[in-house]
Write a protein that binds this ligand. Sequence first.
Ligand code: NCD
Length: 304
Amino acid sequence: MRNLIDIRDLSVKEIEELIAVADDIIENPEKYAEKCRHKKLATLFFEPSTRTRLSFEAAMYELGGNVLGFSEAQSSSAAKGESVADTVRTVSCYADIIAMRHPKEGAPLVASTASEVPIINAGDGGHNHPTQTLTDLLTIKRETGRLCNLTVGFCGDLKFGRTVHSLISALSRYTGIKIVLISPDELKLPGYIKEEALNANNIPYEQTTDLESVMPELDILYMTRVQRERFFNEEDYLRLKDSYILTPEKLKNAKQSLRILHPLPRVNEISREVDKDERACYFRQVRYGKYIRMALILMLLGVE
Ligand code: NCD
């Protein structure tokens, strides 16, 4: 039985296959409309979500399947003190596949040891978010035509941003990738990711606090929200929350072929005026998230 806990649970070849299936779903949605008939997806969300949960649910409906689950810990038996392992063991009696989001790093991994059906990590604390990464890879592929020879800038909260961690880990396996890390000193990328992903794969990277100075180099700019819920005190959050605000002015020196991604939700870090710029693709990215999740569900359920 396959799970998706960490993006590296998938080989580069499997990611390629998922992207190819997502492309085919976009072209021929009717071919897929009955693929998961009588199958059930459970979404167990112990933390807030709009896109991730709803895109999983929309994905399952578009495959002809059904959905059950909860969207907050308070409405599940977690509120009575039930362990993640027991909750998942229970739900795996009702569902064929489970997507789970949890504030504790490693919870989906623990869940996978108790489950009788595939577990998908839909975000665990400040750690990983592999299905957002699949969304990001599909977006980059469709927008630029490639996943190699790219200079990718990550801007904002690189410390707590789980989508950043998983995407850097994934991109480190492609050739010709250069990473530019743009953050305040307090929100730098954790050392373990630099070691395990960047250094281990000889990926060149630079670190800076200045977005505008690196803007002309970038093929992709991946903006992120400062992750308020992971801070130990509100003062630090308030001091750091508006470190970067992308405006049309700041894009003056950017390449015409630049693509701006953001996993969303956006707070202040991209001004609304940027939305009109054709280089802004974060709402197209939302749409791609559903298709790649459809492809992933098919793969993990072993549906042809
Ligand atoms: C991200 C997440 O939950 O980590 N959102 C998402 O899944 N699209 C990013 C964020 O919350 O800032």
